[in-house]
Design a protein around this ligand. Structure first.
Ligand SMILES: [Zn+2]
Length: 68
């Protein structure tokens, strides 16, 4: 299992992530699986991906990034 996540600054493709809501710059990290039976049935394989979530340490807003 992963260690306890730490809120810290995150760099996304060379750009420092900043909260879209409160402009905070420290985030918790977690991964979420996007796949659901319904999406597979509909042929939306692109949705069967892991999403990287960065959760604002200040306001809790979740920023989603789909891994390619
Ligand atoms: Zn925020």
């Amino acid at each position: 299992m992963k260690e306890k996540p730490i809120a810290s600054e995150r760099i996304i493709q060379g750009n420092k992530l900043e909260c879209a809501v409160c402009k905070n710059d420290t985030f918790w990290e977690r991964q979420t699986l996007m796949n659901t039976p319904g999406m597979t049935f509909l042929g939306l394989e692109w949705a069967n991906k892991k999403a990287q979530n960065y959760i604002c340490d200040h306001c809790g807003y979740v920023h989603w990034f789909l891994n390619k």
